[in-house]
Design a binder for this molecule. Structure first.
Ligand SMILES: Cc1cc2nc3c(=O)[nH]c(=O)nc-3n(C[C@H](O)[C@H](O)[C@H](O)COP(=O)(O)O)c2cc1C
Length: 203
């Protein structure tokens, strides 16, 4: 039997009244429909990590982390084959809480693909470009396709509690550019399978 591809969705906003939980929950339900995927939603609210202040470099780190929540985070990221990151754009950049979640560990991200989901006045285009640069430094493979949530979807979903009526997200699947969810998923899976095979061949 072929092992399922483990995709972790990371919800990168922790603020009260956040929008990010709506697309994260929608994406979780959509990916769950695919039997080749083992999907888990990681909410950074559940990983209240200290701001990175270790004397050593995470890239040199060996063994368990001193902070128990960082250790738990490390184990979750380590078991993943791929990531879908739901990221808001704050002041044309990424939220500090999300950057910190990247910075506290290193090896656990390496050689794995990552795709981004974002929203906002420029549909998250700026934050996704910045996150791609961060991902490369973490030796990840940022995929080309992203899910830029149209403003009409944002307005229809904001203020509501997930799970929402999935039809609210239909414009993502019926965009003039095609079905952006399936393009995103196909690319993430392709890279996840290729890099999983490469990681396993190396070890
Ligand atoms: C501190 C802050 C800065 C923001 N800066 C931007 C921005 O640069 N670009 C943008 O499109 N939206 C910006 N917004 C609006 C956000 O896109 C919107 O509030 C969104 O809901 C934030 O994501 P969240 O609700 O999941 O935290 C900003 C919001 C906040 C709270």
């Amino acid at each position: 039997m072929v092992a399922k591809i483990k995709i972790k969705i990371i919800l990168g906003s922790t603020r009260q009244g956040r929008f990010g939980d709506k697309p994260a929950s929608w994406l979780y339900e959509e990916l769950k429909k695919d039997e080749s995927i083992d999907v888990e939603l990681l909410d950074l609210r559940d990983y209240n990590m200290p701001y990175f202040n270790d004397s050593g470099y995470p890239s040199m780190h060996k063994g368990p982390y001193a902070d128990p929540i960082v250790q738990k985070w490390s184990e979750k990221i380590d078991e993943a084959d791929a990531f879908a990151i739901v990221a808001p754009e704050y002041n044309h950049g990424y939220p500090a809480v999300l950057k910190n979640a990247f910075d506290v560990i290193y090896r656990e991200w390496n050689n794995k693909p990552v795709g981004f989901v974002s929203y906002g006045s420029a549909m998250g285009a700026r934050v996704i470009e910045q996150l791609r640069e961060v991902a490369i430094e973490l030796q990840m493979a940022p995929i080309r396709n992203a899910i830029h949530i149209p403003f009409e979807v944002y307005m229809n979903a904001v203020g509501k509690n997930p799970p929402l009526d999935p039809s609210i997200f239909d414009p993502i699947r019926k965009s003039p550019m095609g079905d952006r969810l399936s393009g995103f998923k196909d690319q993430l899976l392709w890279w996840a399978r290729a890099l999983k095979a490469a990681r396993e061949a190396k070890s």
